[in-house]
Ligand binder design. Structure first.
Ligand SMILES: Nc1ncnc2c1ncn2[C@@H]1O[C@H](COP(=O)(O)OP(=O)(O)O)[C@@H](O)[C@H]1O
Ligand SMILES: [Mg+2]
Length: 254
């Protein structure tokens, strides 16, 4: 377990709807190394957000396990999980989810307050984030006084203020126009270089996914490796064929 930053095994998340059950995440497994950038693509409704929420400890699975830094987050109590998330995990949503009554700066500092961080431990980092995200002249504004791109940049600063080891992002530019989306994604990747954190991003944008070390595809609750350093695996069928060929080769000769 300790070799991977994140390791998920056979994760299942189902929702009851009247008398039927939707299996949004159907025995999904993945391993992510420290510092890796993993993209998750797939059609709307295929289960990407549900999986990301389970991986980030925002939601609990009915089956399977999620280990982060070698610790089983699915076995943690709500309090333990809260502390763990505050210290090691960050998340950026499609909608910025900023608190409307707080200024940009107050929003950014929420995780430091929750984790009781002393000012001097994050001031330098805060300055770097503000500079990189170009939000220095917007800090005293309320979210409603910011453009969509600025709101999302504030949300990114908030997600990164505690220097998380894993940043989760769920279509972080889905609500932005092309120009703002490109700018925000460039910044996210620049910050990834600066902080060196692991990045797991749900995106429908193939030009972004192509920059990832690995691409997974979600299809009807199932997760498939779609691209890695070896290249593309276009379909689950192709993956099954590959597995079958490998198992053929592995058979001893008689
Ligand atoms: N809280 C919920 N209650 C019931 N069904 C849900 C809930 N969240 C997600 N679903 C269902 O799970 C499936 C996957 O949804 P989601 O993870 O949001 O997909 P994606 O992010 O890929 O668009 C969908 O069929 C969706 O309707
Ligand atoms: Mg989604």
């Amino acid at each position: 377990m300790a070799n991977y930053m994140l390791e998920a095994n056979d994760v299942i998340r189902q929702f009851k709807q009247y008398d039927s059950v939707i299996t949004a995440v159907d025995r999904c497994s993945l391993k992510v190394e420290d510092g890796e950038f993993v993209a998750i693509i797939g059609a709307s409704g295929s289960g990407k957000s549900t999986l990301l929420h389970v991986l980030a400890g925002l939601d609990r699975p009915q089956g399977g396990s999620v280990y982060i830094r070698g610790q089983n987050i699915t076995a943690m109590s709500p309090d333990e999980l809260g502390v763990f998330r505050g210290n090691y995990l960050g998340i950026v949503f499609q909608k910025h989810n900023l608190i409307p009554q707080l200024t940009a700066l107050e929003n950014i500092l929420i995780p430091t307050v929750m984790c009781d961080k002393k000012d001097h431990t994050f001031q330098e980092h805060l300055k770097k984030l503000i500079l990189a995200l170009k939000i220095g002249n917007r800090l005293s504004h309320l979210p409603s006084e910011l453009s969509g791109g600025q709101q999302q940049r504030v949300a990114i600063a908030r997600a990164l203020i505690n220097r998380p080891q894993v940043l989760f992002a769920d279509e972080p530019t889905g609500n932005l126009d092309r120009k703002n989306a490109d700018e925000v994604l460039e910044l996210l990747l620049e910050l990834k270089k600066m902080i060196g954190q692991t990045l797991i991003m749900v995106t429908h944008d193939m030009s972004i996914a192509d920059k990832a070390d690995k691409i997974y595809m979600m299809d009807n609750g199932k997760l498939f490796l779609y691209k890695d350093k070896q290249g593309y695996y276009k379909t689950s069928y192709e993956l099954e064929m590959k597995a079958a060929l490998e198992s053929e080769r592995a058979k001893p000769l008689e």
